[in-house]
Design a protein around this ligand. Structure first.
Ligand SMILES: NC(=O)C1=CN([C@@H]2O[C@H](COP(=O)(O)OP(=O)(O)OC[C@H]3O[C@@H](n4cnc5c(N)ncnc54)[C@H](OP(=O)(O)O)[C@@H]3O)[C@@H](O)[C@H]2O)C=CC1
Ligand SMILES: CC(=O)C(=O)O
Ligand SMILES: [Mg+2]
Length: 761
């Protein structure tokens, strides 16, 4: 990585943390707080009732407060990643980060607490007094040996699980990876010759768990900043001394000579290529220091093509990082209301992670692997953090181990139901976006950003390219575009810029467009002006004539204007209708809604087409479509002319013999709420609808906006469907992430994706 790239990455990371609001975390209420009555219930006088109930029975706190799903992420900043002791406040971004990961991956509410105290006793005293208010305590980035003392004492003092993530989270993931790496290289853990570099919180915990799994003391060497920890060394603390080896090896280089396995939990650059060369055949090298590893995978690869390599980073295969552990370990512990997180629970988590890596991977995982579908082997020894199965796979093992070892205060009665409830906790927005990204990554689709001079578009194009979603092309005047790139911190040569006027394709596009529009009132000079000056027209020509695979526009012009520009160049796809589809994600549901922006009052023929195209799109996103034609009436009640066209649309689909479930007309609650189904036993929908066909554009627009503004849904789109080439039109003033998502959608090919998913099944 050169300096300039890392500078830009810093800029991007700072902007990410700063905008649109500072930080990564906010709290949101789970009860309505709208009326006087709400206030009376939530606060005084109503709140007195749960107060008294908890005073009488302390366990009732789990019934009446958020304690049971709330974890505190607590640090004093003395070992922030591998950056060292930078103080409590500097650790806040990492602690906020851990807290959002708890939410994102395990739906646990977490709060960061930075304690300005480096003295172990004083720190313990502080956490002791606040600890029981949370369902669990995740200690983070506290340096050894204080971290050992702090965790041990707090485990004794508090009534909730206390878990130092850098110790046990890291140990669990490392051991899961080692189990699989041994399997692949045909080794037994009991014979493994291990070197652990870094004798701090992470290093010592990893070595202890490895020994608990069967690594022999005489086969393990632990090193710190002074080299090998051996029995002749003075001044060792008790935790290091417990692992002192009877050996004459002194340096890390000597320790690694002939070793099978290296686990780095120290600092960047601690390992050299010469050290790696001296390791045994098929060396296992986990360089886990963050943010930069002990040695980079490419440097290992240059000297050892037989190595299995893992790092703590997400931009290389085999990410051995505790993010794979803490969300799921706490999920299982909280759900079983475990008093503690014991060795059995940790080993259960490690075994579950190791087992999951051996199963076929779903689409979301392909995203982390640049679009290619990994399978168990040297570059896939551990599940990707984006594997959506982690949430329902790992916690049941942890909870079961808590129950088996008698530390569960609330045993889980029905594990099958528990597993199903865990699956519903996954954030559907993240899962869907992950799936889309997984499908487009690594295919190198060329997406033209028509408004290439706009700073937000430049940043979106850069993010699109950096995430390897495809190749971005900016349309704009070079000088202005470059100046704006400098202004937003994007390297000037990072993205291709095309100036419509100066492009060597200009004349070809003008010829093509003249041919197309000459009988529609356009003179040659009109067409030339359009190609020179209208970036939507120019970009659409690029797509039409194969110089790009898709386009994004819309941030500076109205939707209708952008659509009409594009319509000068591109036609509807053969046999298709151009329409708008929005995807709303809320409360565990994904809803495809159409037509959200083209047909004002679709007739029954149009409604049947819209249903068919939306069902196909839903399939392309990996869903089994269940289509409901929505109305104010349900199956003719109340009667009215406006429902006729919907009934006719259903009849047309009967006639066409389509291969998806559809039904209507019906109210939206009948479509979505299964409790209404007993009234309509004849309905052909086998479950709640997920494709909602609206009777008219105003209903569609009102419904999606209501969902977004009042219902808290994430709404993606409206996406343009049915154009012969992929075009996406953003809303005026769209954010960088919205534009990036639309660019990914322009690069996404649902039909191809559908085939790929089918093949993978
Ligand atoms: N991938 C993952 O999931 C995780 C990675 N880590 C990484 O592990 C590292 C250590 O974290 P943590 O244990 O919490 O920190 P600690 O402060 O508790 O321990 C750091 C250890 O690193 C040792 N060390 C420093 N420099 C060197 C060196 N050149 N060679 C050998 N050892 C050295 C220190 O030695 P001494 O005792 O002599 O001072 C100390 O033992 C960090 O880089 C962190 O990012 C941590 C947790 C999870
Ligand atoms: C990942 C982590 O917790 C660390 O590097 O400290
Ligand atoms: Mg950490």
């Amino acid at each position: 990585m050169n300096d300039r790239t890392s500078h830009v990455e810093d800029e991007e990371a700072l902007a990410f943390h700063k905008e649109p609001v500072p930080g990564k975390l906010a709290l949101s209420p789970t009860k309505p707080m709208a009326t006087q009555r709400d206030l009376s219930l939530a606060y005084s006088p109503g709140v007195a009732a749960p107060v008294k109930a908890i005073a009488e029975n302390p366990d009732a706190v789990y019934d009446y407060t958020s304690k049971g799903n709330m974890v505190a992420v607590i640090s004093n900043g003395t070992a922030i990643l591998g950056l060292g002791d930078l103080g409590a406040m500097a650790s806040k971004p990492v602690m906020e980060g851990k807290a959002v990961l708890f939410k994102r991956f395990a739906d646990i509410d977490a709060m960061d607490i930075e304690v300005e105290e480096t003295d172990a006793d004083a720190f313990i005293e502080c956490v002791k007094r606040i600890g029981n208010t949370f369902g669990g305590i995740n200690l983070e980035d506290i340096k050894a040996p204080e971290s050992f003392i702090i965790e041990q004492r707090l485990r004794e003092l508090l009534d909730v699980p206390v878990f130092h993530d850098d110790q046990h989270g890291t140990a669990i993931i490392s051991v899961a990876g080692i189990i699989n790496a041994c399997d692949i290289t045909g080794r037994k853990i009991s014979d493994l010759k291990v070197v652990v570099n870094g004798a701090g919180a992470a290093g010592i915990a990893v070595l202890e768990l490895l020994k608990a799994m069967g690594v022999k003391h005489e086969n393990a060497l632990l090193c710190d900043s002074k080299g090998v920890i051996h029995t002749g060394r003075d001044g060792l603390n008790q935790w290091k001394a417990a692992h002192a080896a009877d050996t004459d090896r002194r340096s890390l280089a000597e320790a690694l000579d002939g070793a099978d396995c290296f686990l780095g939990l120290s600092v960047a650059g601690a390992v050299t290529q010469d050290m790696v060369k001296a390791m045994a055949k098929d060396p296992i090298i986990f360089a886990m220091a963050n943010p930069d590893p002990e040695i980079r995978p490419e440097d290992v690869r240059a000297v050892r093509d037989d190595a299995i390599i893992a790092t703590g980073r997400s931009d290389y295969p085999n990410q051995v990082n505790n993010v794979l552990g803490f969300p799921y370990i706490f999920r299982g512990a909280l759900d079983a209301r475990a008093r503690t997180i014991n060795e059995e629970m940790k080993i259960a988590a490690a075994r579950a992670l190791a087992a999951l890596a051996r199963e076929d991977v779903p689409d979301e995982v392909a995203a982390a692997y640049h679009g290619s579908r990994p399978s168990f082997g040297r570059d896939y020894i551990i599940p990707s953090p984006f594997d959506p199965r982690l949430i329902h796979y790992v916690p049941p093992y942890v909870a079961q181990a808590a129950m088996d070892t008698g530390v569960a205060r609330k045993p889980i009665a029905d594990m099958t139901a528990y597993r199903a409830s865990l699956a519903r906790r996954l954030d559907p927005t993240a899962a869907l976006l992950q799936r889309i990204q997984g499908a487009v990554m690594g295919h190198g689709r060329r997406i033209v950003f028509a408004e290439g001079e706009e700073p937000s578009v430049i940043r979106a194009a850069y993010a699109f390219q950096n995430q390897e979603l495809g190749k971005a092309i900016l349309v704009g005047r070079e000088e202005i575009t470059r100046a704006n790139m400098r202004q937003v911190g994007v390297p000037e040569d990072a993205i291709e810029i095309v100036n419509a006027r100066l492009s060597d394709r200009n004349a070809i596009y003008a010829d093509f467009l003249y041919e197309r529009l000459q009988r529609k009132g356009y003179l040659r000079r009109d067409v030339q002006r359009l190609v020179n000056n209208d970036r939507n027209v120019f970009s659409a020509c690029m797509v039409k004539l194969g110089d790009a695979d898709g386009m994004v526009t819309g941030t500076t012009r109205s939707y209708a204007a952008a659509l009409s520009d594009v319509g000068l160049v591109l036609d509807p796809a053969p046999g298709q209708r151009v329409m708008g589809m929005s995807i709303a994600l809320a409360k565990g549901r994904t809803l495809f809604i159409a037509d959200t922006n083209i047909a004002e009052f679709p007739d029954s023929e149009a409604l049947a087409d819209i249903a068919t195209e939306t069902a196909a799109a839903a399939k392309g996103f990996g869903f089994t479509p269940r289509v409901a034609f929505l109305s104010y009436s349900t199956f003719g009640n109340p009667q009215g002319q406006r429902s006729d066209k919907l009934q006719e649309a259903v009849r047309l689909l009967d006639e066409r013999g389509v291969n998806f479930e559809y039904e209507g007309e019906m109210n939206v609650d009948v479509a979505l709420d299964p409790s209404h189904r007993f009234l309509y036993p004849f309905s052909r929908l086998k479950g709640p609808a997920n494709v909602l066909i609206m009777p008219a554009i105003h209903a569609a627009s009102i419904a999606t906006k209501l969902l977004r503004v009042a219902g808290g849904a994430t709404v993606i789109g409206p996406m343009l469907v049915g154009v012969e080439k992929p075009v996406q039109i953003a809303r005026l003033g769209a954010s960088v992430s919205e534009i990036t998502t639309l660019a990914a959608l322009a690069a996404y090919d649902p039909e191809k994706h559908e085939v790929e998913s089918t093949l993978a099944e």
